[in-house]
Design a protein around this ligand. Sequence first.
Ligand code: NAD
Length: 499
Amino acid sequence: MSGTKTINHWLDGKLFEGASGLLAPVTNPATGRVTGEVALADVADSRAVIDAAAAAFPAWRDTSLAKRTQVLFAFRELLNERKHELAEIITAEHGKVLSDALGEVTRGQEVVEFACGIPHLLKGAFSENASTKVDVHSMRQPLGPIAIISPFNFPAMVPMWFFPLAIAAGNTVVLKPSEKDPSAAIWMAELWAEAGLPPGVFNVLQGDRTAVNELLVNPSIKAVSFVGSTPIAQYVYAAGTAHGKRVQALGGAKNHAIVLPDADLDLAADAMVNAGFGSAGERCMAISALVAVGEIADELVAKIAERTRTLKIGDGTRDSDMGPLVTKTHRDHVASYIDAGEAAGATLVVDGREVQADGAADGFWLGPTLIDNVTPEMSVYTDEIFGPVLSVVRVETYDEALQLVNSSPFGNGTAIFTNDGGAARRFQNEVEVGMVGINVPIPVPMAYYSFGGWKNSLYGDTHAHGMEGVHFFTRAKAVTTRWLDPSHGGLNLGFPQNI
Ligand code: NAD
């Protein structure tokens, strides 16, 4: 294909073409044009990349904390200086507007900053004289090569939820990015090399399910951090654990925001528009179901509609609020939910199918869509749509609203808008969701807390980053020490007791 680039794998500190000969097109969603072709690994290519990570592990594991931290600091500095470059790459392949792409990089950078504190995070405990002249100490050690399998919607931030801590803790990494926007991973690999990370510690494996399947069965891979849709998360968790790996598999979402009658409706309407339509709704923490409680519904919907109509839809490199969807197939899939909602009797307040976008005619455009009078059995409510579609469900009471949220099979994020501290406190106690916002629509925890949902939004028991991330990428060892002297002599076959 002339005029396009090939996006290859990264192995041992350099680009690697692989031998499969398989390629998939990469598209700019704002123009609809193919801008590159990504290599798709076969089993042999996948093994070559995994072998590089396995070969680099012993030396990296034994690299001092001081040296590891220096490399992390250097990576952080380079990322901070050059994050605009990464944001442009994200916009060109994902479609999100530049400011949003920059925001994604900044949230990823926060995890790098957290990982710079690894000497403190890995400190163990020491107990002198746990028994007479016997000391006990604990330590955490790296696991080995780690697979990170990431989705299209955050090509930089989601990998950065994992790899800074994995590398800081002494592991090596194979990142398998989404084949829809694979270039960000290579840019980050080059940055690691520039920061002084030894070859083989951070590797990129481009590909589809063939590459994923090899990561799930290959004995060199010790742990898998996956983020993507729920069916694939379920599969990855089942297959990875069946092959003896530690797995955290973050899945899909259907996030509700409850607006109580006492809320400030202008602030709530702003928040609904930002969280419903930011990144074209292609965020796992997007609000897709607004639960309006009581008599405020008409006024709230009117305020949201008014704001929604002011949004500028267009090419992410221009002065737009919202960009295109990632592929034409996905755009059509999302639009089909609007068709289905309309057919089922919901009220289309703002119809994104009629959008006038500031961008090329062949871009994958779909405008922000507000659908009122949605009921819980409609597919626009039950399914994760992953597009700019905000459904409004009207209920009479807080209890009905809570019941809706808690009945969802997903439990990623949720928010409540209220000025009533007692109601908010009750909600945070009662809601069955992993991440809760109180007057905060997209409650993505800071790097030093952990990110993760409940129910079908996460398989495994460890969330991403924060101390749970440190634990996921290390295993504990407890060491009992006694320096022998004559007082320790004699035979005793009884179970050791502490005296
Ligand atoms: P996806 O499940 O299609 O793909 C995720 C990864 O799995 C990609 O690397 C892809 O190549 C791979 N994959 C796809 N099909 C596969 C198969 N059959 N076998 C093995 N591997 C396969 O997800 P996506 O469309 O890229 O991303 C959007 C989804 O990710 C949404 O469901 C969203 O909610 C979810 N997501 C969740 C979180 C979270 O924190 N819970 C964060 C971001 C995105």
